[in-house]
Write a protein that binds this ligand. Structure first.
Ligand SMILES: Nc1ncnc2c1ncn2[C@@H]1O[C@H](COP(=O)(O)OP(=O)(O)OP(=O)(O)O)[C@@H](O)[C@H]1O
Length: 367
């Protein structure tokens, strides 16, 4: 658990997208189609600290990308706050956005789509440098200073010698090299935060590790705070200091990556860990129970989601309480929380089979 104050934080971050025009059954209200909302992200809290990676993991549709886009302020949020160094950082207008983007940069999943194929690397990086940096004498970055900055950027992402890459076009580069260019473009701003939305999922398995190691290097050498969005909990264990598990737009569990992946508290995290391909991602009896008792089924509809825990329909331990009231995040051990009634002191709590070796039992947790 980090004791420093976060560079970027979300408090109660909420995003409801407007959806179709009819209630189920097609009824109209007052002759006008009722507005329906997709509760893509609901009340999410998270913190990014300098020199640390936070992984946000979850299945497809759990709201991971929306969280990243909200933190990048590429889309407006419906509720909650984004805080930069503790200060409300909601941007209004282009200038404020540019100032924010100088400090908080995003890397996208698809390096093939995120680089313009008609421009060489030099053009892409020069544009980014000119947007964020000035020539020492003022004015636009140019000449020897520009060349030095281009070389330095390419070296930072380990594309050396720089002159081999600087005049290349995207189609001349591999997927991994393109993602390195996308990372270099983000670094042109000298950001304090990198929001990486599934940065390796479209890359060949053999080169994923290289990109994750590069990001780890930027975290360690430059002290950048990194948000790592992934559906692969095994890579979160390898790469992230802390991990937050998202399900149907809500945080289910958060803690240091080792504990979350090795001793998952929330039944949903146990399911994720149990279905991870890496045999090292063991999980104890809890995961086996989740797997054996079957948790088939789909995530709930995010349009007008029902009350209670959103995982309850798939949870083998769910009781009436889980289906009727939404559990808040409960601190189960220092720095470890789970949004599960099983860790509450309620008499009607479910018995979720607290994992062996877990820091506390349900009773202690609630004390
Ligand atoms: N612009 C939009 N308009 C309406 N609904 C949206 C929009 N963007 C996302 N959603 C919905 O919000 C929910 C969360 O989507 P999001 O892309 O954040 O999930 P995800 O966890 O990143 O999934 P994936 O891993 O498949 O990218 C989904 O139900 C999605 O359909």
């Amino acid at each position: 658990m980090s004791t420093s104050s976060p560079v970027l934080a979300a408090r109660g971050l909420t995003k409801h997208f407007r959806a179709g025009h009819f209630r189920a059954g097609g009824r109209r209200v007052n002759g006008r189609p009722p507005a329906r909302a997709i509760h893509a992200v609901d009340g999410v809290d998270l913190e990014l600290h300098r020199g640390q990676v936070l992984a946000v993991v979850g299945e497809s549709g759990s709201g991971k990308s929306t969280v990243a886009r909200l933190l990048a302020q590429l889309i407006p949020f419906t509720g909650g706050q984004v805080l930069l160094d503790g200060v409300d950082a909601r941007v209004r207008g282009r200038r404020a956005f540019r100032a924010y983007a100088q400090r908080v940069q995003m890397i996208f999943q698809d390096p093939f789509a995120s680089l313009n194929p008609v421009h060489p690397v030099r053009y892409t990086l020069t544009r980014a440098l000119r947007l964020h940096r000035r020539h020492p004498t003022g004015g636009t970055l140019r000449g020897a200073e520009l060349e030095a900055a281009l070389t330095e950027l390419l070296e930072r992402v380990h594309l050396t010698p720089a002159e081999r890459y600087v005049d290349s076009y995207p189609h001349e580069l591999s997927g991994g090299q393109r993602q390195r260019i996308a990372i270099a473009r983000a670094l042109a701003a000298d950001p304090e935060v990198l929001l990486a939305d599934e940065p390796v999922s479209m890359l060949d398995v053999s080169i994923r590790l290289g990109i994750l190691n590069l990001l780890a290097d930027l975290r360690d050498r430059l002290g950048i705070a990194i948000l790592y969005i992934t559906h692969d909990i095994a890579s979160a264990r390898y790469f992230a200091d802390r991990t937050t598990v998202l399900y149907a737009g809500q945080v289910m569990e958060t803690g240091d990556s080792e504990s979350v992946t090795q001793e998952p508290l929330h039944p949903y995290t146990r399911l994720l860990v149990a279905s991870a391909p890496d045999p090292d991602d063991l999980a104890g009896a809890g995961a086996a129970a989740v797997r054996d008792q079957g948790t088939g089924g789909e995530p709930p509809s995010l349009v007008d989601p029902p009350p209670g825990c959103r995982f309850a329909p798939r949870c083998p331990y769910a009781r009436d309480l889980c289906r009727s009231e939404t559990p808040a995040l409960i601190e189960v051990a220092p720095g470890r929380s789970a949004a599960c009634w099983g860790y509450s002191d309620r008499d009607d709590r479910p018995d979720v089979g607290v994992p062996t070796g877990s820091a506390t039992s349900a009773g202690e947790a609630a004390a």
